[in-house]
Design a protein around this ligand. Structure first.
Ligand code: AMP
Length: 302
């Protein structure tokens, strides 16, 4: 089953306490696509400028990622710069240069229109709806958003959420969106807006999922080396949706396994800058860490 993703393809400049990377490949759709393509074919919708080089493009090649919807226009590729302190959970956005992204109007190629799974990466909620208007009744629509849109276009975010099945956001965004400080109350309020499932990402503290059948928690995989958290959320979403797209049905058990698979993919992402670790990753390595996850969280009644 194929997955359509719309989001940013970017050049990122990232500073962490452990080093700096200048204009490396980033963007929500990039992390998502490479992670999801381990499980299912991906159809990418995004825009890059004429400065987007062959080296960056190579990240998508040789994988089941359809690039017909990757538009190239005159101008510079979207650029984001971020800085992390020793607490890698908090980051400061140094600058966001929208560049070609400013005039982006997602156009869905004909052969993408029947995608069964859709991931609306973090872009303007109006554009997210434009994408949904161009596809034929997907089985599952997942969506990400951020504080910028929640405070800037709250009504548009709500209209988009009415058409979404799974929302993936972080805890601060969940509080902002619902106006509730308590996460359980926030989840109830957000699920009333449309999504039957809400996945709340809490960085190194893991993930909480609220669905029709209650709640489920997964820790972040305990790593000795965390190098750069950029893209962990989008990589989580790629592993999560990729896993579901490869599952025979989407029920509570599959959603729970998808949360663990998303967390597994995200744990690789943070081990290096940019997509570097994802690009050397193999399916056996993914499966081995997924099994370790099971051991990490398993306990028995006495
Ligand atoms: P994450 O760490 O999963 O939240 O995602 C980080 C990625 O999001 C980076 O690679 C950035 O290029 C991208 N990004 C940051 N700000 C924006 C924005 N306003 N719109 C679209 N993508 C963004």
């Amino acid at each position: 089953m194929s997955i359509l993703v719309v989001g940013s393809v970017a050049y990122d400049t990232v500073e962490t306490p452990f080093g700096r990377a200048e204009k490396v490949l980033g963007g929500s759709a990039s992390f998502f696509s490479v992670a999801a393509a381990f499980f299912a074919p991906v159809s990418l919708v995004a825009v890059v400028g004429d400065d987007f080089g062959a080296a960056a493009m190579a990240a998508f090649e040789g994988r089941p990622i359809d690039l017909e919807g990757l538009e190239r226009t005159a101008g510079k590729t979207f650029h984001w710069q971020g800085k992390y302190s020793y607490d890698l959970n908090s980051r400061e956005t140094v600058c966001t240069d929208l560049n070609v992204f400013e005039f982006f109007e997602p156009r869905i190629p004909d052969r993408y229109r029947r995608s069964e799974y859709v991931f609306l990466g973090n872009i303007d909620p109006v554009l997210q709806r434009q994408v949904l208007d161009q596809v034929e009744r997907p089985r599952l629509v997942a969506c990400d958003t951020m504080n910028f849109w929640i405070s800037g276009k709250p009504e548009e975010v709500r209209r988009t959420l009415a058409a979404v099945d799974v929302l993936l956001i972080n805890d601060a965004e969940a509080r902002q969106l619902s106006g509730e400080w308590n996460i359980v109350k926030a989840a109830r309020a957000i699920r009333a807006l449309g999504p039957h499932t809400l996945v709340i990402k809490k960085g190194e503290h893991g993930v909480l999922m609220f669905s029709e059948e209650g709640s489920f928690a997964a820790p972040a995989y305990p790593l000795e080396e965390v190098f750069d958290p950029t893209g962990a959320g989008d990589t989580f979403a790629g592993g999560f949706l990729g896993y579901l797209a490869g599952s025979p049905k989407v029920d509570e058990a599959a959603l729970r396994r998808a949360v663990v698979m998303g967390s597994t993919l995200a744990s690789f992402c943070v081990e290096a800058f940019s997509l570097d670790r994802l690009l050397t990753l193999s399916r056996p390595e993914i499966d081995a860490r997924y099994r370790l996850f099971k051991r990490l969280t398993h306990f028995e009644e006495v």
